[in-house]
Write a protein that binds this ligand. Structure first.
Ligand SMILES: [Mg+2]
Length: 124
């Protein structure tokens, strides 16, 4: 898992720092951040990633719209996507799953939970 190239998409600078630090703690060597869905789409066109972690609520393009775009791209139609959000209602989880995420995690989270979710995703 340490050699996976990860893109994490999050509009809150504080949350970006927390996610970045968590990934470092898990030994991830290559992690790139994006501020919203538009920024993420630009970055995945320039580089290849193995996993996308994305927030839901973001300006410009939210996480659900991002997932829908990514799933239409040949190169990324089956890339693992983990959604990390404050939206923890059952309806939200169902909506996210329908739009094509592979995993779902509600904030706040621990690095250990992030690790568990990532292991689950890569094990499929
Ligand atoms: Mg947000």
């Amino acid at each position: 898992m340490e050699n996976k190239k990860i893109l994490f998409v999050e509009d809150s600078p504080t949350m970006r720092r927390i996610i970045g630090n968590s990934l470092k703690k898990l030994g991830i060597k290559e992690a790139t951040e994006a501020e919203n869905g538009v920024d993420a789409l630009e970055k995945i066109q320039k580089e290849d990633f193995d996993l996308i972690l994305t927030d839901w609520n973001m300006p410009e393009m939210n996480g659900q719209e991002l997932v829908e775009h990514v799933r239409k791209m040949d190169k990324y139609k089956s890339i693992p996507i983990l959604m990390i959000t404050t939206r923890g209602m059952e309806d939200d989880v169902m909506t996210a799953i329908k739009s094509g995420v592979n995993g779902y995690m509600v904030k706040p989270f621990t690095p250990e939970l992030l690790k568990k979710k990532m292991i689950e995703i890569f094990a499929v």
